[in-house]
Design a protein around this ligand. Structure first.
Ligand code: SF4
Length: 356
């Protein structure tokens, strides 16, 4: 109701009520971002590059993804090369990018594409969605960008643009259905992949969460939120609940310049990643049982790390030992290479231990 009320306030003499895809595409041709996984000028990018970048970009910034994308392409230039890779190596190369289920699904997907599809990605959003790790958004993005299917692509940037263009008053995530219908109606048959990327770029560079640059936006005259100066109100978000806190202890075990590390179980948080030996992580601080007898030192600072659904506080215990603890694990040289193979929360603990 309120949305209709707001739209009614827009003076029709100064606002084109319909955003035109052609205006956005013209802007994109001049101002779209140059990204390593993109080809501009009407050339179709390699589906492997599009898929790899889209998986990496889930919940992750472009700046964070760029070096990982380059390193993966160098190590695995084709989907077949990735399919043949060692699991542990891929997990270590993914370390620091977060959301590690993505890396496990990346390998599974590369293997399905190689073994079932002869190394060629399927070309429709519906077929792509059957592959491991590919959901609604990613299947639409790959189908549009790599195969020119006019699929409606909606990421966080696009949600912001659309909710402002149409002053969508429904809070997220309930607004997603309405937003997707708007994107569907806007997506042109011609250049749908460029249109999706243009929408992403508009959201990332002009239609930013704070202080959007409406005066140079090609859709300003069609934008309902801009017409009445309430751009930053959108998208409407639900109230944030405070995250629960969990507690645990990690054990830094060293011998002759090497640290003892384990690989976490495949299932669960940080599954398959290299890690310090750890207790479970619970709402109550567990009574830590050290993995071996030694002169343990408890570091004065704890590690704090925020996951999607909870905040973690880890106490760090360190000890020098003569022999390996009775656990399956491996000794790794204590250097920067070790740090870069660890997921961020473990890297924080390792850094505390190495600089104590
Ligand atoms: S006019 Fe402003 S709020 Fe509207 S789409 Fe453009 S940048 Fe976003």
């Amino acid at each position: 109701m309120q949305s209709a009320h707001i739209n009614h306030l827009i003076d029709p003499s100064c606002a084109d009520p319909h955003p035109q895809p052609a205006d956005l595409l013209a802007w994109y041709d001049q101002h779209g971002r140059d990204l390593p996984w993109r080809l501009k000028g009407g050339r179709r990018p390699d589906p492997y590059h599009v898929w790899l970048s889209e998986i990496m970009l889930q919940q992750t910034t472009v700046a964070a993804v760029k070096p990982y994308f380059a390193a993966f392409l160098e190590a695995f230039p084709t989907v077949q090369a990735l399919a043949a890779a060692d699991d542990g190596l891929v997990m270590e190369m993914w370390a620091g990018l977060g959301y590690y289920a993505r890396a496990r699904n990346l390998l599974k997907c590369a293997r399905v594409v190689t073994e079932t599809y002869g190394g060629q990605f399927p070309q429709t959003a519906s077929a792509l969605k059957e592959l491991p790790g590919i959901g609604d958004y990613t299947s639409a993005a790959i189908a549009a960008i790599a195969f020119n299917e006019p699929a409606a692509v909606v990421d966080g940037n696009i949600e912001r643009v659309i909710s402002r263009l149409y002053t969508i008053e429904t809070p997220l995530p309930a607004a997603k259905v309405e937003i997707k219908a708007k994107v569907d109606a806007l997506t042109p048959q011609d250049r749908p992949g460029d249109f999706a990327q243009a929408m992403m770029d508009l959201g990332a560079t002009l239609c930013t969460p704070k202080a959007p640059k409406c005066l140079i936006c090609c859709w300003r005259e069609a934008c309902a939120a801009h017409a009445i100066g309430i751009e930053e109100r959108f998208p409407i978000k639900p109230q944030k609940k405070p995250k629960p806190v969990r507690y645990g202890t990690v054990f830094w075990i060293e011998r002759n310049g090497q640290a003892f590390l384990i690989r976490r179980p495949e299932r669960g948080l940080l599954g398959g990643m290299l890690a310090l030996v750890s207790t479970d992580w619970d709402a109550e601080a567990p009574v830590p049982a050290a993995p071996c007898s030694a002169e343990w030192q408890v570091l004065p600072n704890e590690v704090k790390h925020v996951f999607t659904h909870f905040e973690l506080r880890l106490s760090v215990w360190v000890a020098r030992v003569d022999k390996a603890p009775p656990l399956q694990g491996e000794w790794r040289k204590m250097d920067t290479q070790l740090l870069s193979a660890l997921p961020t929360v473990m890297k924080k603990a390792a850094k505390l231990a190495m600089t104590r």
